[in-house]
Write a protein that binds this ligand. Sequence first.
Ligand code: TXA
Ligand code: MG
Length: 321
Amino acid sequence: MNELKGQDLSRAVAELNAGKLVAIPTETVYGLAANALDVDAVAGIFKAKNRPSFDPLIVHVSSASDIDKFAVDVADTARKLAESFWPGPLTLILSKQSNVPDLVTAGQKTVGLRMPDHSLTLELLKRIDYPLAAPSANPFGYVSPTSAQHVVDQLGDKIAYCLDGGPCSIGLESTIVKCVGERVEVLRVGGLAIESIEECIGRPVDEVRLSSSNPEAPGMLSSHYNPGKRVVLIDDLSDLARFAGSRIGVISFGPDWDHSDIVKQVNLSELASLPEAATKLFGALRLMDDPSVDVVLSKLVPEHGLGRAINDRLRRSAVSE
Ligand code: TXA
Ligand code: MG
């Protein structure tokens, strides 16, 4: 029997060449991939995810030199960022060439390019002669997948194959940076810390836009990352008493929380490591999507390094109040 997930690169290539959808592992989250230059295949991505067509897709490439195949007017800063952080959790928003279909960019004049850092997917990209358009492989609005099983659980009937590359090593989506001239704007905080970007360019970034109504990155809508439960961020552990009587799910960081009404607890990192917490966050939100839990409580983590992206996702998961 043909298993839906595995490490068969030839099969992944054949399905993609036939215009089908293949889920791919990356170091950030799993992507739902199709040939970025095949409009029908790309339309299939929007359909499978139930994603609105105004939300553009990231185009995944296999080397930094691919920038010049799909983008124009590329600033030196953008090249420097790609050279420093690719392959890696950085998406660059650049002026697009006309070969990138409008459907991919949702009609925008820019394209998001990224070279992902995962050996299977890099090998896949080498074996095909087109780039891969791929959003996170989750139904629109839900938590992003960080394992092949997450993908199969939710999109199993929509994909031809899932390349199984094991758990994602970073666990948060890429940081999205728009480079226009020498201006550097962060449109989404993610797996590459802003501090690392600033160290690379030798100055602070010009802007960090995190508004939920950010028109530049339409996917950054509120009520994303929702695990299908009411998520409440509390300021202090004493606030937990307000939820007594409910079956409480807890996502903790550092010491475990203690209360008799806690029915499920996932500790993101007992040693309070932000990179470890990043790898576990989305899996923890999924585990809370369980009938035994009434309400999910969590607390923001320190707001530096990967903590900024962890807090951004926690806040978004909690917006559904
Ligand atoms: O780590 C990641 O970035 C993962 C993996 C699979 O690469 N992909 C991912 O894709 O998170 P998605 O579609 O879930 O989020 C991409 C975000 C969306 O918010 C979208 O609006 C924004 O990127 N985006 C894509 N192209 C853009 C463009 N040309 N201008 C502005 N924002 C863009
Ligand atoms: Mg997404």
